[in-house]
Design a protein around this ligand. Sequence first.
Ligand code: ZN
Length: 178
Amino acid sequence: MGLKITEIRVKLTADPRNKLKAYCSVTFENSFVVRDLKIIEGAKGPFIAMPSRKLADRCSRCGHKNNLRAHFCNQCGQRLDPERADRDVRGRARLHADLAHPINSDCRIQLHKAIVSAYMDELEQSKKAGYKPKTFDDFDDDDFIDDEYLHELMRRKQEREKHRRDDGGAELAGGASG
Ligand SMILES: [Zn+2]
């Protein structure tokens, strides 16, 4: 199946109040690394956020790029509508875009299992005396996950699960008639 995962590095975050539990990097086929995946504590256990960036748009007056939630342009101070982000079918704002991500559920599940397993191993390791936390030189300042991003991730997860159930039903029906 798919791309072989050859290495996962997990760097735990320091503050136990942080819902962002770890950063990780994943190497495929000893050849290609994806960094800045995040392991987040969800209500039903850890889940993975792909590397992402906040969406932005350009100020109509000066062309400066601003965060979609900004109330004012960072450059010229023009008042902006903080509700201007595109919305999904249920009217909720899309504020982030993934930069790298699986495009089918097999790959998504494989990646999820491998990362959660590496994360659990790292957690176990961290309880031992003399544990040395991994460092990624440029990710050593722990971010906090804002709640809005967390909610966006949970919604996407629910939508994927719903689609998967729908697809599964269709396959089953197809098999029965063929
Ligand atoms: Zn502006």
